[in-house]
Design a protein around this ligand. Structure first.
Ligand SMILES: Cc1ncc(COP(=O)(O)O)c(C=O)c1O
Length: 312
């Protein structure tokens, strides 16, 4: 099922893609009052499996809590709805987009009179930054846009409104000929990409900005820290000055969409040798082997699509 076809789960019912519509007066359309997730389902030798489904649903519920939205579903309800949607679309591997949004009622800024509507979309989505990116790496720039300041838009919430900032970062990068932009926080320290977290490697130590550098606490980021430490690397969550990016031996993005994508240049300065480095390769190899089911799932990161969630 490609983008634009198949079934969409909406408020408890599976409807055809073309019928999964909302009213133009829905609160979310005007004020960005939505929270969402992006997860992936992969094909493994034992059948299709969602990667870190429980963590994604937990973050969705956390985002809703921050925005005072009463989720119509609990943890297992969301997990079941997601698995049901994948099964209904007979997809072996797909991107998964659950979301909650303030729907139709009135258009005052106060969202609380509006219903919290829920939906799950799934579609086939390959390499986010192009087929070659995972191997060859991407050229990126430092964005002139900062990530949001503390106590403005909560970075820990994956909220629709945060992506207004992401679109500014992305458009600028693309128009200037780069694949992505890296945003600094309002203090000028390294934060993250428009939709991905960032790691650098310097003298065999791996660094990534901490959660208080205005990042979304990525679930892939958490996997990378676990994998890298398991491979014997030292990983430090540290505030990073911009110039450290230019001095990195290796750098890579990680996230559900980009998976693990090497960065080969930043502001036209080559990162290391200007190609994927050995630490990035080792982490990528372990990451992809786990999510494709080629290594045992020792961390419990995979949820089989065919399994009843309630049994977990
Ligand atoms: C702004 C931002 N940062 C980081 C990430 C990476 O998060 P995750 O690994 O949970 O997909 C994403 C993607 O969801 C994102 O949109």
């Amino acid at each position: 099922m490609s983008f634009g076809s198949g079934k969409v789960w909406m408020n408890g019912r599976l409807v055809d893609w073309k019928d999964a519509t909302i009213h133009v007066a829905a609160h979310v359309v005007h004020y960005g009052t939505g929270v969402f997730e992006g997860a992936r389902c992969y094909q493994t030798p034992k059948g299709s499996a969602c990667f870190r489904l429980d963590a994604h649903v937990t973050r969705l519920l956390d985002s809703a809590k921050i925005y005072r939205m009463d989720s119509p579903l609990d943890q297992s309800g969301w997990e079941s709805a997601i698995l049901e949607t994948i099964r209904a679309n007979a997809l072996k591997a797909c991107y998964i987009r659950p979301l909650m949004y303030r729907g139709y009622s009135q258009l005052g800024v106060n969202p609380m009179p509006c219903p919290v509507d829920a939906a799950v979309l799934v579609w086939e989505w390959g390499a986010y930054l192009g087929a070659d990116a995972v191997e060859k790496g991407v050229d990126v720039c430092i964005s002139s846009w900062n990530r949001t300041a503390p106590n403005t838009f909560p970075a820990a919430a994956k909220a629709t409104a945060n992506y207004a900032n992401s679109t500014l970062i992305k458009m600028e990068a693309v128009l200037d000929g780069y694949a992505e932009g890296i945003a600094l926080d309002t203090q000028g320290y390294v934060s993250e990409g428009s939709g991905q977290n960032l790691f650098i490697v310097r003298r065999n130590v791996i660094f990534t900005p901490p959660v208080h550098s205005s990042i979304l606490g990525g679930i892939t980021r958490d996997c990378i820290i676990t994998i890298a430490r398991g491979l014997g690397y030292e990983v430090r969550e540290e505030v990073l000055p911009r110039e450290l990016l230019y001095l990195a031996d290796e750098a890579f993005f990680c996230g559900t969409a980009v998976e693990v994508t090497p960065i080969r240049s930043i502001d036209k300065i080559p990162v290391g040798e200007g190609a994927r480095g050995p630490v990035t390769s080792a982490i990528q190899a372990r990451f992809f082997a786990i999510l494709r089911g080629e290594l045992p799932d020792t961390h419990g990161w995979l949820t089989p699509v065919e399994s009843p969630v309630a049994a977990r």
